[in-house]
Design a protein around this ligand. Structure first.
Ligand SMILES: Cc1cc2nc3c(=O)[nH]c(=O)nc-3n(C[C@H](O)[C@H](O)[C@H](O)COP(=O)(O)O)c2cc1C
Length: 228
């Protein structure tokens, strides 16, 4: 096994702009989570990113049809294309919405060697009708862990969202908006730092062992992890 420092060498530095997929969890016509998703998109583009937003209207419930449904295919190919995600959910009954969860549930952890979420960065945001809470972002963090994503430390929670956006759907200036800028800046930085080595980050000993059982008949100590 090559020393860790050698494995860190980037074979081919990326030259394309960082790619972000934004998911939001509402189908309402005047949706504040969609407005927030668009604010994040504008900011990430201004910072040099390329952004796609997935609209969940027409997406079937998980397992209600097969994965070859065009909306499922659209979602999966956008996630594969992406190097970072932003997830924006409304808080509904103290948690993220079913619309948000359905999108995540349609994303496979892995399909053969294809891993649509693993190793990508993730920023989480929520909007609420009531006072500020962190129920939805906390649940989104758990989902990020399950999808093996690099969830950044900062996050945004917009309370009483109906007060924070003007008639045109733009977020009003203020500390809540500044926080959204901070979160976008941070997810951009983490993406720039990690995207070239996402493959290295998701490579796991236990999975290598599963793939090549003959090579790993010996214990970890025999393959260079531990000196005896
Ligand atoms: C059924 C239902 C449950 C809700 N539960 C909560 C809640 O637990 N906490 C909260 O702050 N707001 C709650 N809200 C308000 C929504 O978070 C708020 O309307 C939000 O803007 C919805 O997101 P959207 O504008 O993107 O559709 C609830 C709204 C509905 C319709």
């Amino acid at each position: 096994m090559a020393p860790a420092s050698e494995q860190l060498q980037v074979a081919q530095p990326f030259t394309h702009d960082p790619r972000f997929l934004i998911l939001y969890g509402s189908l309402r016509e005047r949706s504040f989570s969609r407005f927030l998703a668009y604010e994040a998109a504008r900011l990430l583009e201004a910072m040099g990113g390329e952004v796609r937003i997935f609209h969940a209207d027409g997406l079937p419930l998980p397992d209600d049809t097969t994965a070859d449904h065009p909306k499922v295919q659209e979602l999966r190919s956008l996630s594969l294309w992406s190097e970072g995600h932003v997830w924006v959910s409304p808080e509904r009954h103290g948690n993220l919405t079913g619309v948000m969860k359905s999108q995540i549930d349609w994303l496979p952890l892995s399909e053969g060697s294809v891993r649509p979420t693993q190793g990508r960065t993730l920023a989480v945001m929520q909007v609420s009708g009531g006072s500020q809470s962190f129920n939805a972002v906390n649940s989104l963090r758990i989902l990020g862990r399950w999808m093996r994503m690099i969830t950044i430390p900062n996050q945004s929670s917009v309370p009483m969202a109906y007060k924070e956006f003007n008639d045109a759907g733009r977020m009003k200036p203020g500390p809540l908006y500044d926080r959204v800028v901070d979160v976008c800046e941070e997810v951009m930085k983490f993406t720039l730092l990690t995207r070239e080595r996402a493959d290295y980050l998701v490579d796991r000993y236990s999975e290598r062992k599963e793939r090549e059982p003959d090579r790993f008949k010996v214990v970890a100590a025999d393959i260079g992890f531990v000196k005896r």
